[in-house]
Ligand binder design. Structure first.
Ligand code: CP
Length: 305
């Protein structure tokens, strides 16, 4: 069984059958342990092309590709010929001439990934696109929920904070809705998008009201670097209404806490909260490696050798 598309640009590219294939393959890789490797990408050149900073996504894709025996090229935009005016498409074509078959791309420009995919016969994987999408983050979040609850279906989950600028929120809204998660939101009104994607969702006035009603809170990073104006006047005020602290946690210790990282401590959550057993941030990172191994191994069926 193959994935329905030979690339991963948009969370909408994934249907329920694709999700099952990816999660089953993820289970297999997790069972295999930390030190096994596999030949799905044996000798396949793969480029990591990150035009925005990253720790989790970049390094987990790198480790995933290496565990599948790919030849990994770490493309550095700052020292590349992009600085001399070369275009992104010419960069892809140049690497294709060297035999690169898979491009893992992070870029701040919405739509660039689709444009590149439309202009290549090789495989583009979206590792974070502007404010639009981050499909493998959505996948690893779904997998984390599936692993904790058995199935995400019927889980009540509130997305908290900077939904407006968050590609993570958009990916999760698409993928979790598809799997029957009951999604709600809470955020300052300035950080909520006017978007069909959130139409009909319950919006809680603050985190306390959300906690009373949900099983999971997915805290989002406040993305100051993407704000065109000061949408949050005071981080203290934000934290008092929307930040996770020990008092809130102790009121409902069974509450599950997720955050895609990186975390702004004292804004989205207090540092001590990450030590609590139901805070799944480290699980999200751990599953990210295996989810990315699964995606790469399944897309290997589409490599033009
Ligand atoms: N969650 C996430 O995308 O983290 P990085 O920016 O560190 O990759």
């Amino acid at each position: 069984m193959k994935l329905s598309k030979g690339y991963l640009i948009d969370s909408n590219d994934l249907n329920l059958n694709d999700l099952k294939l990816i999660f089953d393959r993820t289970d297999e890789f997790i069972k295999s342990g930390n030190f096994s490797d596999f030949d799905y990408l044996k000798n396949v050149p793969l480029a990591l092309a990150f035009f925005e900073n990253s720790t989790r996504t970049k390094l987990s894709f790198e480790l995933a590709a290496k565990r599948l025996n790919a030849h990994v090229l770490d493309f550095n935009s700052d020292t590349s010929s992009l600085t001399k005016g070369e275009t992104h498409l010419d960069t892809i074509r140049t690497l294709e001439a060297m035999g690169v078959k898979i491009f893992v791309v992070r870029h701040k420009e919405d739509g660039l990934h689709k444009f590149l995919q439309n202009n290549t016969n090789n495989i583009i994987i979206n590792a974070g696109e502007g404010e639009s999408d981050h499909p493998t983050q959505g996948l690893l979040d779904s997998y984390t929920l599936k692993n904790h609850f058995g199935s995400p279906k019927g889980v009540n989950l509130c997305i908290v904070g900077d939904v407006l600028h968050s590609r993570v929120a958009r990916s999760n809204l698409i993928l979790l809705k598809k799997q029957g998660v009951n999604i709600s939101l809470t955020a300052p009104k300035e950080l909520l998008p006017k978007d069909d994607l959130i139409k009909g969702l319950t919006i809680y006035k603050d985190l306390d009201e959300a906690i009373d009603n949900v099983d999971v809170v997915m805290l989002l990073r406040v993305q100051k670097e993407r704000m065109k104006s000061e949408l949050i006047k005071s981080t203290e005020e934000y934290h008092s209404k929307f930040g996770m602290n020990i008092k809130r946690y102790e009121r409902k210790p069974e509450l599950i806490i997720m955050h895609p990282g990186p975390v702004n401590y004292g804004v989205e959550l207090d540092e001590k909260v990450i030590l609590y057993p139901n805070c799944l941030i480290q699980n999200q990172v751990k599953y990210g490696l295996y989810i990315r191994m699964a995606v790469l191994s399944l897309l290997s069926d589409y490599i033009k050798r």
